[in-house]
Ligand binder design. Sequence first.
Ligand code: ZN
Length: 469
Amino acid sequence: MYDLIIREGRVIDPLNHIDEVVDVAVENGRIAEVAPSITNASKSELNAKGKIVMPGIIDMHTHMRTLFGHPHAQRMIALAGVTTTLDMAGPLEDILDSIPGSGAGVNIAILQAAQEGETISTSRPSEAEQKSFIEQVLDHGAIGVKLLGGHYPMDLDISASFIEKASMLNAWIGWHVGNTQHGSNIEGLKDALGAANGHFLHVAHVNSYCRGQVRNELDEALEAVKLLKSNPQVFSESYLSALNGTRLTIENDHPVSKVTETCLKKVGCTPDFEGMKKAILTGRVGVLCDDGRIGKLINGEEGFNYWLSHKTVTSGSFAVNPAISRFILAQAKRDNGSFVVDSFSTDGGTYPRNVIVENGLCLVQFGAITLNEFVVKASLNGARALGLPTKGHLGIGADADISILDYERKKAYATIVNGEVIMQDGALFGKGTTIICDERGDKYLKGRGIRTYIKKPLDLKVIESRFVP
Ligand SMILES: [Zn+2]
């Protein structure tokens, strides 16, 4: 007897070349059968008539921490149809500690940020410190590290050295590009690809370097496409929301983050307390607040009072991502037909902009990408890159991680992880969290009673031999 049969959905599975209305049966957390009108008995059934059934959405850039905001990120991604995500900064221990209270049944892989005074001693750590930092985070359940060049830039030689060490240790390394010479922009991207020097690198949210800071937005997006094409060992994602996410904390009358400073200037406000006050009161930035179930953005008087009552120690979002660069990066292809930017992402999670389904299906309805291509960028490519062979497709024996979408309303209808329905029609049912780890971190996580999924080692051949939809 099957555990679950999903009835009559339009199943889209690019890896197995399926695009038809069929039933999907699940047993012991795995896909057991995909066929028209399955007649076996089942403990439960889910009617997906008129809906899209796809391999679980993998958001390759979110933040699942509970600091500077609220503890509801897991719920928010489950509501958005996401089954698996890559957290792009940690803090690792904060996320692991939050599992009992915040677990919503999703899978999370974590990168620990290299941040001066927090996880590394200085912005110019020795080679020995870089190496031991990476080894230590792998041993504690992260899959690698993140460089925060946009917010806390380091010298280019140190960033390059981190990439080399990560490559040596076969760890994932993500970079919000930017260094002490060039900021979080197209010049910073050029520097980052040079610093990678042929090694693996995950370039975070490519769209954010194409906001017209150096040249115009269109030229920057076209240049980013060209740069990524000539660095095939680089994995990249780009997001679809106009909103960014950054810290709104002001110290000594100055934003603590460089990104925040740039955003304030971009929306016509001064980079100081008065400028931020004006930005919040006039709705140029939303302050992230906890409404008890999820996180949401507020502005005006309400937002200002929330910000002030938290002594400015909050985060929030500015609408600074131009549509033209988001659009170009979403659909640009390489000569062989594979995507230039590998995955859709949101930089959401804790930030309320988990819009892969909403905005991704807009692109499909507009005709910029096909539904099949949407699934490649929203699920398959992330699974391939991360080394998750049982995810990203619905072949027999694959993990029953499934997203069911309402195509017309452009909303996630149900989220299923390991055969468990963790969200249906806005109601949440998931508990706990599975941490996707490197084999080096499995023992530590198991020791803490945390469920694990051991990813395959990073493989440059897989990164470079991109899936052609
Ligand atoms: Zn981020």
